[in-house]
Design a binder for this molecule. Structure first.
Ligand SMILES: *[C@@H]1O[C@H](CO)[C@@H](O)[C@H](O)[C@H]1NC(C)=O
Ligand SMILES: *[C@@H]1O[C@H](CO)[C@@H](O)[C@H](O)[C@H]1NC(C)=O
Ligand SMILES: *[C@@H]1O[C@H](CO)[C@@H](O)[C@H](O)[C@H]1NC(C)=O
Ligand SMILES: *[C@@H]1O[C@H](CO)[C@@H](O)[C@H](O)[C@H]1NC(C)=O
Ligand SMILES: *[C@@H]1O[C@H](CO)[C@@H](O)[C@H](O)[C@H]1NC(C)=O
Ligand SMILES: *[C@@H]1O[C@H](CO)[C@@H](O)[C@H](O)[C@H]1NC(C)=O
Length: 270
């Protein structure tokens, strides 16, 4: 009897803890509701919500962006980006190609670059300012747009009725979803690696056997661009077009909560 009582009290406490954690860690600006009066719990007060997005963490759970993230880590460009996200008033906008975009390139395309070129190539995938998707229309009026790589490393942005494209000399990529967009950090998924003329003096060869045929035979989709076919990523369930800026991070938060709740149940069950 006694034991059951204690157990259910623990359950209530633990549920409350996880529930509040979910509320606190939810990316939406929900205020925490007035807390019901409960005996002081022994758990430490929840840490204040971090003001800085951990880019490594963000890129490792979204995507898949493993290739991009690996290069950022290898070239230490991740530190430059994180520093800008943490310490600048302007913020940062990062264009992140999916793994499938890297798979379209021949492996020698990047393997033959010097370390400096590689670093520049990845700096080229970011703008030293935060731009929400709604700001791209204005941005498209000031082409070419300067990137983090500076100098000749510019991009052209177009916004045709909400379809936003980011072009370098040898590739025209489309923003296929918004991974994160809360000032000062914007991360947008793109479907091509950006290839600047200043690094690739000629069009780099594509991988020979690309494009596993799009499954739901949509032949009449778009005219193939010059850089390759317009095959979209095989697993495009999450590639909603340029809409919900925060949906990805919101669902990430919810997923976290579910995991925590399940973990909590497991602990209780032991
Ligand atoms: C960011 O996240 C990564 C991966 O989870 C972790 O290794 C790293 O320590 C974190 N960095 C900071 C500054 O919290
Ligand atoms: C960014 O901020 C986080 C959390 O405040 C900190 O742990 C991290 O070291 C900072 N990173 C850089 C590069 O400033
Ligand atoms: C890349 O380098 C390899 C050897 O290092 C060479 O055989 C190959 O031709 C190079 N490819 C290009 C595109 O420069
Ligand atoms: C775009 O520019 C116009 C005029 O320069 C300005 O009024 C408007 O607020 C800008 N829109 C955004 C989303 O920045
Ligand atoms: C970018 O736009 C500028 C100005 O419209 C144009 O001169 C340039 O050729 C464009 N570059 C690319 C790579 O599309
Ligand atoms: C998505 O990827 C998973 C695992 O990589 C695979 O099992 C699944 O069939 C894929 N779904 C589609 C629609 O391609």
């Amino acid at each position: 009897m006694e034991v059951t009582k204690i157990n259910s009290a623990t359950t209530v406490l633990a549920s409350f803890f996880f529930f509040s954690f979910c509320l606190l860690s939810s990316p939406a600006t929900s205020q925490s509701p007035p807390a019901p009066i409960l005996p002081p719990s022994p758990s430490p007060a929840p840490a204040p919500a971090p003001h800085h997005v951990n880019l490594t963490e963000l890129l490792s759970v979204a995507g898949p962006f493993h290739t991009f993230l690996d290069y950022l880590l290898q070239t230490r460009v991740i530190d430059t980006f994180q520093n800008q996200a943490n310490n600048s008033d302007q913020g940062i906008t990062i264009f992140v190609p999916r793994d499938s975009a890297f798979a379209m390139l021949k492996s020698s395309d990047l393997a033959n670059l010097t370390r400096d070129q590689l670093r520049t190539l990845f700096l080229y995938h970011a703008l030293p300012r935060f731009y929400s998707l709604s700001e791209f229309r204005n941005l498209s009026r000031i082409n070419p747009v300067a990137t983090f790589a500076g100098g000749a490393y510019t991009l052209n942005v177009t916004d045709a009725a909400g379809v936003i494209r980011v072009s370098s000399s040898w590739s025209k990529s489309k923003i296929s979803s918004s991974v994160y967009s809360t000032s000062p950090v914007a991360v947008y998924q793109i479907d091509r690696v950006l290839l600047p003329l200043a690094i690739f003096s000629a069009e780099p060869p594509l991988a020979p056997a690309l494009a596993p045929a799009p499954e739901a035979g949509k032949a009449s989709d778009a005219t193939p661009g010059r850089g390759g076919s317009s095959a979209s990523a095989p697993n495009s369930s999450e590639s909603s077009s340029t809409g919900g800026a925060n949906s990805a991070s919101a669902s990430f938060g919810i997923l976290n909560c579910l995991i925590l709740v399940v973990a909590g149940r497991l602990i209780l069950a032991l």
